[in-house]
Design a protein around this ligand. Structure first.
Ligand code: ADP
Ligand code: ASP
Ligand code: MG
Length: 437
């Protein structure tokens, strides 16, 4: 069994959906009917659904947004489907629109719960239309609702026991399946999701529980590039990369892969292959356990990073100081990313600053605290063993003259991580492109 995931741009319109169909047909021709296809929502639709939810919360109208939603899917249906396939899809679209328009609860309110119902509709309608399109083209396939097998627990982690048992009942070898990425149920059975960009994660979870041969993530780029193509002109595909390296890149900004995707596949040693729907024959990136070469492979950057600098009131750091600090972040469930320490102070970064005021207040009871906003983390990733000199020097030489606010090196053999004012990000990424020459 293989799992193929197609992102929003791959199903953005009828032309692209035809390309996705061709890729699936090709796969079935070459390797037989052993495929689960995970689909995201049509490009832009999840954002639109969040906007609808926001408007409803604020008692604003949603007519324009609903019209955009309806027009987008009507156009796809019109261009792709005929006869009964068209009729059932139009009916289903109207049903979905009804769900959205009438989602308010008994108190006429929109809470997180209603929001989650709204934002799930993009994947639901997209997969329904695509399933019908394949049927119309004579390609047998079974539509399975992710809400019937994808579940998270109280910690918002996948409930692997449940998912595994449901997936083995629902997915049998010898068939082509279509299902939705991103959406799931919570521990109480309510509709939930795996977070923005979470369809990649869906594919990886399914692949892991079914011991898939391979997980392919199809998007609009040919794999993981050595640098962020949105800020650096001369980039190229990194053909082979390890799970560790891919995880660092995804976590620190390479949007092409959702950061949680790596772990389920890595645990089962299932290769993850990133491919381009619009250039299906380009090799893309293969992620495995194999370390094929030493040196830097790629850099990635993440914005909106907040630095929290915590200085102990005592001269030397007494034991227990670090524990006290991290307990505060744990209490507010805010993940800490980069950490550096000196004799009396600790600097750390967070990218979720919604609880920042409370955190600062708590920390201030035992330390002095300074907050610096608008930073970017840049991760220089590759196989760069600590016992080999020169890697750090190369990074610092290239960044000469750019102020670096934090530097983290030595905790793994896979990355050097820097934090700097976002103002310098583009310049830094462009200079670091020389790491690969
Ligand atoms: P999908 O909708 O298919 O999930 P995404 O938009 O989530 O696709 O991810 C693909 C985008 O990721 C690309 O269009 C590209 O702009 C961006 N991206 C950022 N960093 C990288 C990188 N290092 N390599 C490839 N793409 C990247
Ligand atoms: N449609 C969802 C989003 O836009 C999930 C995904 O695309 O992976 O975040
Ligand atoms: Mg994505």
């Amino acid at each position: 069994m293989k799992v193929f995931k197609f992102g929003g741009s791959s199903v953005a319109n009828s032309t692209n959906m035809k390309k996705v169909k061709d890729i699936i047909v090709n796969e079935i021709k070459s390797n037989g009917n052993e495929l689960i296809v995970v689909l995201s929502a049509v490009f832009g639709i999840t954002n639109l659904l969040f906007q609808i939810s926001e408007n409803l919360k604020n008692n604003k109208g949603i007519e324009n947004e609903i019209k955009t939603f309806k027009d987008k899917f009507s156009e796809i249906i019109e261009e792709l489907l005929e006869g009964n396939f068209k009729k059932v899809s139009i009916d289903f679209l109207n049903q979905i629109i009804n769900t959205i328009v009438n989602v308010k609860n008994e108190s006429n309110n929109i809470t997180k719960r209603e929001e989650k119902i709204i934002v799930a509709q993009g994947e639901i309608i997209t997969s329904f239309i695509f399933h019908n399109y394949l049927l119309q083209e004579g390609i047998d396939n079974i539509l399975v609702s992710a809400l019937d097998f994808m579940k998270i627990n109280q910690e918002r982690e996948p409930d692997y026991e449940y998912i595994s048992s449901m997936c083995s009942q629902l997915f049998k070898p010898g068939n082509l399946y279509i299902t939705q990425g991103y959406i799931c149920r919570d521990e109480n059975g309510q509709i939930d999701n795996l977070g923005r960009g979470g369809s990649d994660y869906t594919a990886s979870i399914i692949g892991a529980v079914l011991n898939a041969k391979e997980i392919q993530i199809w998007s609009d780029v040919s794999g993981i590039y050595n640098n962020d193509p949105r800020f650096v002109q001369e980039t190229y595909t990194v053909n082979y990369i390890t799970f560790e390296e891919a995880a660092e890149l995804a976590y620190f900004g390479a949007k092409v892969l959702h950061p949680s995707t790596v772990l389920p596949a890595q645990k089962k040693s299932i290769p993850v292959i990133l491919k381009n729907t619009f250039n299906p024959y380009s090799a893309g990136t293969v992620i495995t356990n194999l370390i094929l070469s030493e040196g830097f492979k790629a850099v990635a950057a993440k914005d909106n990073i907040t630095i929290v600098q915590i200085k102990s009131y005592r001269m030397l750091m007494a034991y227990g100081f670090l524990r006290k600090i991290f307990e505060v972040f744990e209490q507010y469930k805010v993940p800490v990313d980069v950490i550096t320490t000196s004799e009396v102070s600790v600097s750390l970064t967070i990218d979720d600053d919604t609880k920042l005021d409370d955190i600062v207040q708590e920390l201030s009871s035992f330390a002095s605290v300074e907050v610096i906003k608008n930073n970017s983390v840049i991760a220089c990733v590759g196989y760069i063993p600590k016992n080999k000199p020169g890697y750090l020097k190369r990074v610092l030489d290239l960044l000469d003259g750019i102020p670096i606010r934090m530097l983290s090196y030595g905790s793994s053999d896979y990355s050097i991580t820097l934090v700097l004012d976002s103002f310098y990000k583009r310049e830094a990424l462009n200079r670091l492109n020389k790491l690969f020459i």
